[in-house]
Ligand binder design. Sequence first.
Ligand code: HEM
Length: 453
Amino acid sequence: MSDLAAALVPPAPAVPARDLPLPIFLFSFLRNTISTYPDHAFELLVGRARVLGIDSLLLNDPEGVRRVLVEAREHYRRPVSVIRAIRPVVGDGLFLAEGEVWKRQRRSLAPAFTPVAVGELIPHFQAAGEGLLRRLEGRAGANLSMEFHTTALDAVLRALFSLTPEDADRDVALIVRRYIAGPGRPNLLDGLARSEDDFAFAGASRRRFRKPWFAAVDRIVAERRSGVQPARRDLLALLLEVRDPETGAPLSDAEIRDQTATMLLAGFETTSRLLFWASYLLALDLPTQARVRAEVRAHPVEAVAGSADIEPWPALREVLLETLRLYPPIANLLRTAVADDEVAGEAIGPGTQVWISPWVIHRHRRFWDQPTAFLPSRFRGQRSPWTGGAFMPFGMGPRICIGAAFAMTEAEMVLASLLGRYSIGLDSRRRVLPVANVTTRPSFEPTFSLERS
Ligand code: HEM
C-alpha cells in the first residue's frame, strides 16, 4: 500500500469556518493560539486585521517571510508581548538581544553549535538516551511527555554544561515546567501593553519565578568557577573565555547567567516537545514505527560515534521532519515593525505586528499536498529541507535557531535508543490535541505502553 493510501491525519484543533468574533477570538487565543486560525488562513498569502487596536498581518507568502526575517530584518523587532513573557527567565541573552549586541553574542556562541561541535556531543546524547532507558526499565507504561522533559534537560546539561544528572540541579526542570504552564503564557495585558514596563503589577508572578530560576542557573556557573574543569570545552567554557574585542573585558556574571538561562530554556523545552510528538505519531502509525525500528536496529545507537553514523537512519529523520511540520514546537513567530516597509504588496508602518506562523505555513494548501496528513516520505532524500520558505520549524535568516543541528541530532539519538528497545503504543484512544502558548504542548500527557521487542 502506498503512503498516500495509508495517510494518517493526526489530531489538530477544529478550524473555524470564518474569522471568530473578537471576544471568542481572545478567549480561544489565550488558551491555544493555533485554535483561532480560520479556514481561509490556510489558503491566503497575506491577510490583514486590526486586533485590540493593533494593525496585524498574517504573512504566509514565502517571499514576504524572507523580506521580514532576512532582507529587511533591521526594520523588525520581537514584540513587547513576547519580551514581557520571557525576559524574566532569559534576561538579556541571545534570544532577546538586538542590533550590535546580538551580533557579538551570536558570533561568540556559534562555535559551540557548528556541525563539528554538535558531532562531538553525540556521547552526551547517547548518555541521555541510556538514562531514559534506565528509568523505563521494567515498566509496562510511561508518561513519555514527562520522561522526554527529563531526557532533554539531561542532554542540554551534559552537552552544554558538562553536568550529569547526579550533580545537576533537578529543580531546573520543575521551575521551567511551572513557568511555561503558568505565568510564562502571554496574557491579555501583554497584548495591550505598549512597553515592557506597562502594567508592571501584572508581572509579579513572573518576577517571583526569577529568583529561584536565576539561583539554580547561578549554581551551575558557580560550580564551574569553583574549579572542576570538564573533559572537553563546552558552552560554559566558551562563555567564560569570551572577551570584548575592543576592551578585552570578559563577560559579566549577569551576562554569563543570561546566556546560560537562555540556552537551558530554549534548549530543552522545544526538543522535548519534538520527541513527544514524534512518539505520538509513531504510536498512531505502527507500520512506520516498525520501519524506523528495523532501521535503528540495523545500525544500533551504541555504535554511533559521530554525526556521519546517523546517515543510515533516513526513515527516522523523515519522521522527525514531518513531526516538525505537523506539530512545530514554536507555532508562531512574531515581529513588530519599527520602520516603514512593504511586504507582499502591503504597506507596513511602525507598530504593525507581523505573524509568521509555522503552524499555518506548514499546513498551507498551496504549499503542501495533503497538508494535514502524516506522510514522512514527503521529505525523502531531503536532509536540510529548510531552504524553500514553506518549512521553517527553526525560523529563517540570521536569527534562525542556533540549536537546530543540536536538537535534530539529540532527537535522533534519543528516539533511536527508545525504539531500538521498545514498541510504543497508546493506552487510551483519547485524542491528544496540540495546544500552543509558549511551545506546542499536548492537551494532556497520555500514558504510552512499552513492550520490549
Ligand atoms: C526542536 C527543537 C527546537 C525548535 C523547534 C526551535 C525553534 C526555534 C525557532 C523557531 C527560533 C527562532 C525564533 C524567532 O525567529 O522568533 C529559535 C531561536 C533560538 N533557539 Fe531554538 N529551537 C529548538 C531547539 C533549540 C536548542 C536545542 C537550542 C540550544 C541549545 C536553541 C536555542 C535557540 C536560541 C538561543 C535562539 C535565538 C537565536 C537568535 O535570536 O539568534 N533552540 N529556535
